[in-house]
Design a protein around this ligand. Structure first.
Ligand SMILES: [Zn+2]
Length: 423
């Protein structure tokens, strides 16, 4: 590939700012809160068809995912939530690639807190606003822009390219799981979640756990005759905090060296008690417990259970009434693609060619669909995209249009290198 041809692709991307904005607005303006993705997928399909991509559109059923239920959790609904995969056939025998973007978004909350409406797609200078602009309809627009520029520059890729627009990522990832189970395969997967153009080659996992502590009820005026489940939860909670600190000190993973807390333990929901003047006899705490790539999810579940039971043994009441530990909802396994594997290496080289700088290569503590592609699909997978995740899930979510163009240049360069080109 001559620099001249690459330059033509970059010029096409620079010249397509208006088209990029129109495509991204068309996606942002259709609400697609997790569970209600049907309407936006009509628009995705139309954008794919305009590019002559071959369409596969289907709904993943509960029966399909049943054997893998623990990874994504049971869904509140399965109907009207199609995945859409658009395929661009390869013109030769190059390596294939799948470009993945989830099309669902989180609820925007109270629209009056947004300076533009959450579904506005308003443009101010270099920024495009709206729920999903950053997380991650901007990623989908990145892929479309890269494909458009390659087409316009007359470049025919040798390997097959799939663009997968998937549902349900924000609630466990059953859309990406369904895409894998449907049989969509590639020699590598790139997810354009917002990473500020860093290469994310590893994601930590998180177990969703429920701890039930049993006490003994009594009238509050005679509390010493009862056993407060709240008081009995406190030593367990404190022991888990100590464990978090110990694990942070002892766990060593190069891609998480910069994380202040690599494996957060956090309880988001704690319920106890029936009445202000009754000693509470039950406490139910639900939270997430982090784990790193290299740690086995099922072994770690057992380690969590043992840690809680050991803490309980230090207390006479709890040793006689051990807490119950269960794991529910989607369990996020950790996932990883080694940075020296071909896909991250090729992406790093593409980023360097576009920006003149070596990319940051790192890991993230949040769960993404990456783990489904690496752990269940057995495909190398990395995350790379424009946008800053710290504005995702926030009011006034936005993304930089010029950063999308930079990401699209990197993706186009990667496609040329990875898939090869036929003359
Ligand atoms: Zn996302």
């Amino acid at each position: 590939m001559t620099n001249d041809r690459l330059q033509r692709v970059f010029t096409e991307i620079d010249n397509r700012r208006d088209q990029l904005i129109a495509d991204l607005q068309s996606l942002v303006r259709i609400p697609s809160v997790t569970g209600d993705e049907g309407a936006v997928q009509d628009q995705v399909q139309s954008l794919f068809e305009t590019r002559n991509l071959q369409i596969d559109r289907w709904e993943t059923s509960r029966e399909d995912i049943l054997p893998y239920m623990e990874h994504v959790g049971d869904q509140p609904s399965y109907e009207g939530r199609p995945n859409v995969v658009g395929t661009l056939a390869g013109a030769g025998n190059g390596r294939s690639i799948m470009l993945n973007g989830h099309i669902d978004v989180v609820d925007p909350g109270d629209a009056s807190f947004w300076k533009h409406g959450p579904w506005s797609g308003a443009v101010e200078g270099d920024l495009l606003y709206g729920r999903g602009s950053c997380d991650m309809k901007g990623g989908m627009a990145t892929f479309l822009l890269a494909i458009d520029a390659l087409n316009a520059a007359g470049i025919k890729l040798a390997g097959e390219v799939k663009i997968a627009a998937t549902v349900g990522e924000e609630d466990g990832g059953f859309g990406s799981l369904g895409t894998i189970l449907r049989g969509h395969r590639a020699d590598g997967v790139v997810i354009s979640e917002p990473t500020r153009l860093a290469i994310v080659a590893a994601q930590a996992g998180s177990l969703v756990a429920r701890i039930t502590v049993t006490g003994k009820s009594a009238h509050g005026a005679m509390r010493d005759e009862g056993v407060s489940a709240v008081e009995k939860f406190i030593p367990i909670f404190q022991d888990l905090q100590r464990w978090e600190a110990e694990r942070n000190a002892s766990l060593d993973h190069p891609l998480f060296a910069d994380a202040a807390n690599k494996i957060p333990i956090s309880f988001g929901k704690v319920r106890s008690g029936e009445w202000h003047s009754t000693v509470p006899e039950t406490l139910i705490a639900e939270g997430r417990i982090g784990l790193l790539p290299g740690e086995d999810m099922h072994e770690f579940q057992e380690a969590v259970r043992q840690r809680v039971l050991n803490a309980a043994k230090q207390d006479f009441w709890l040793s006689q009434h051990p807490p119950d530990v269960e794991f529910f909802s989607g369990q996020f396994a950790p996932g990883e693609t080694r940075p020296d594997e071909p896909l991250p290496t090729a992406l790093a080289s593409a980023h360097q060619q576009v920006t003149g700088q070596a990319p940051i290569v790192t890991g993230i503590t949040a769960g993404t669909d990456m783990r489904l592609y690496t752990e269940i699909g057995n495909m190398p997978c990395i995350i790379y995209g424009a946008g800053d995740v710290s504005v995702a899930h926030q009011n006034d979510e936005h993304i930089s249009i010029s950063d999308i163009q930079t990401a699209a240049k990197t993706i186009a360069t990667l496609l040329i290198d990875w898939c090869g080109v036929t003359d």
